[in-house]
Design a protein around this ligand. Sequence first.
Ligand SMILES: [Zn+2]
Length: 464
Amino acid sequence: MFARGSILFLALLAPLTAAELRVGRALVEITPPAGMPMAGYYNIRLNEGVHDPLYAKALVLEAGETRAALVACDLIAAPWPLVEAVRRRVGERTRIPPAHVMVSATHTHTGPEMSADLVNVADQTLAIVRRYHAELPERIAEAVGRAEADLRPARAWAAKGREDSVSFIRRFLMKDGSVGWNPGKRNPDIVRPLGSIDPELPLIYFDSPQGDPLAAYVNFALHLDTVGGLQFSADYPATLAARLAAVKGEGLLTLFTLGACGNINHIDVTSSAPQRGHGEAARIGTILAGSVLRAFGELQPTEPTPLVVRSASVELPVITVSDAEVEKARQVVAAFGTPRAPSFYEQVHAFKVMAAHKQGGRALEAEVQVMALGRDIAWVALPGEVFVELGKAIKLASPFPHTVVVELANDKVGDYIPDLKAYQEGAYEVISTPLAPGGGEKLVEAAVRLLIEARGPYPPAYRR
Ligand SMILES: [Zn+2]
């Protein structure tokens, strides 16, 4: 009797202290069936099993009358048709407006192929692809629905974690003056990397008013392609989530999203140590988990209201291509998967030309979305693989102390989004993207404007 009375007493007290913010979280498995093509490269690789499951992880926030959902999926990308289908379903069955849903991809290269335009592929493989793509929006929306049903009083905390030992700029100035992309370990012709990484490891943490762990939102600018092979795997975020759950308990859901890392990967060219496979993914995930756990000791309580969501549509101009270039690209694409397969850069360039041709001179629409929680925390969603310089520019100009830049969110426009400097240098990402120079800077401008709007006016400054 005494215990039951105490619980009732606590339940009456709890709303007084924690009614302002409610948080719900859920995960739904999205591992495709065997035989599904794997994502990430320019050739078809059929899956041969599962190393670790793939998930859609959803976090729903509610402050006052406003609800929003942040979703992290173990996928190479979240293309617009997928995002649109998820948002429509969420709008139909929850109290979360479609525009308040952020769907991002971790960019695992050991996940399913997301393109429906596959050439030289068997009919039975195409059938697997079509069925999976048709079911996926439903599963992701289900994660959001379950997270909404899980809403409960919560506190929000934030810390600035840091890790500078596992991510590396992958573009280098070479001795002959050219720009090398992934030029190889211990390459004696490397002069220096062209740029610097973003070591920030933001941690946004939610717990119950009694201190029970609910969710950790972790973001880091490091491309996911450490595993390889033909088995599905979420790559290093799987280890990160497992290590945090081992410390904080299974009640903690870890959502991992990518920072702006279009020109960053995990290859340390100064060492000759091999860096491929599940061991490497576990190594990186463990190091990141250690840094996140260190950041747990620095968590600061944050003001959890209001919740503000803003978005803007930005037009990104596309390069123009000649008829001759298109014809050449068609021939290259037709040779995919055949013995006379074209070289890597020929394939990359052909994809770019076909993508630009498809646009027919029209700009690509890009959505920039900002979610702000109180005056301390903001998320910025950008739709592509964004160069780190652009992500750092947003964080530097943001009025929020904790700004989380999420790439590959709500679409993948042009795949790579380089900064102006990189267009002068050339190399892989620039050869690959159909976007004309300056698009990335337009995204930064839109993001900063939305962040300033979302924060609202500052209190009057002190005057003598
Ligand atoms: Zn990639």
